[in-house]
Design a protein around this ligand. Structure first.
Ligand code: AHG
Ligand code: MN
Ligand code: MN
Ligand code: MN
Length: 307
């Protein structure tokens, strides 16, 4: 349960730097959303993950990078679209100023730009130099560019959902759910990758889930995870035969999403245990991702053979 006082003061994070980071992220949302129609083309470049980068990826990265590195208390910044960490002035985790390190996926699901489906921005706020363990997250959140622009923010007191709207030259953030928790009864599932590329043990697990839940897969992690948080269920981008580490990146996709889902009463796994315990080795390292209702994640861990 969140702290009841927080709900009355609009459910904002207690930590002023965390609140300022999500204020900065929310402030960019209307501009990013307005810029997407003109940025649906490939930029012609590839990022550290070897993915082709869309013009929308670069625009969101630039806007968010400027906004986040300008926040007092942010010492460094990493992004899916940047090779290494960007120094933001403070020395991360250095004693008194305890500057934070922020990792972002500026535009998650950017391949949905062409098909006009949901996309988002993922943010992790760590109090340790990156790459860092998910246990070093002090807060995490995402913006979801759906029919409505929403922002989910999780910190040690719980998970809140806000509607973000442009008003004049700023934004209005209104908390619409002060205590977002995963429904007890799972309803939906979404699994990434191609079926023939799933290892046999995951394929058997998927078949059992298909018999029980409704398929909801939109190709953007933030949209698919938001459905799981809303309706209950499981989202996975599993280990693949062709890519045993899966597709999603630990620092700015898997850790923040795992933090949010676990704070909302769910569970996360890389196949062996909580994603938050995955050893950080590199900023762009990948990990298999399984998040959702605890019972479904327990069944997943029993089903897959993860070393
Ligand atoms: P990004 O657009 O930030 O590179 O992330 C895309 C990811 C994630 O959003 C989604 O779950 C997954 O890629 C979808 O992959 P497939 O296209 O293979 O389904
Ligand atoms: Mn990408
Ligand atoms: Mn992504
Ligand atoms: Mn991205």
């Amino acid at each position: 349960m969140t702290d009841p006082d927080r709900a009355t003061d609009g459910g904002r994070p207690a930590d002023p730097t965390v609140d300022a980071v999500f204020d900065a992220v929310a402030a960019t949302a209307p501009e990013i959303r307005a810029a997407l129609p003109g940025r649906r083309v490939e930029s012609g470049t590839e990022n550290e993950s070897g993915e082709s980068v869309m013009a929308g990826d670069l625009y969101a990265d630039e806007l968010l990078g400027d906004a986040i590195t300008a926040v007092d208390g942010v010492g460094s910044f990493v992004s899916e679209e940047r090779e290494t960490a960007v120094d933001a002035g403070g020395a991360v985790g250095s004693g008194a100023d305890e500057a934070y390190a922020v990792a972002i996926d500026p535009l998650d699901g950017s391949s949905n730009l062409r098909s006009n489906n949901a996309m988002g921005t993922v943010v992790g706020v760590y109090d340790a130099p990156l790459p860092a363990s998910g246990r070093d997250l002090v807060a995490a959140g995402y913006v979801l560019y759906g029919p409505i622009t929403t922002m989910v923010v999780a910190d040690e007191t719980g998970v809140r959902e806000e509607v973000v709207t442009a008003d004049g030259d700023g934004v209005d953030r209104s908390v619409v759910e002060a205590d977002l928790t995963l429904p007890e009864t799972p309803t939906v599932y979404g699994f990434g990758g191609r079926v023939p590329d799933w290892p046999a043990d995951f394929r058997a697990y998927a078949r059992s889930i298909e018999d029980e839940l409704k398929l909801r897969y939109g190709g953007a992690m933030v949209g698919d995870v938001n459905q799981v948080l809303t309706y209950g269920g499981v989202f996975a981008y599993p280990a693949l035969r062709s890519a045993p580490e899966g597709k999603l990146r630990l620092q700015f996709e898997a850790n923040p999403i795992a933090y949010i889902v676990e704070r909302a009463g769910g569970a996360s796994s890389d196949g062996a245990g909580s994603i938050l315990d995955v050893e950080p080795e590199a900023v762009h390292q990948r990990t298999p991702v399984y998040v959702g209702n605890e019972g479904l994640i327990e069944r997943l861990e029993a089903a897959v053979d993860a070393d």
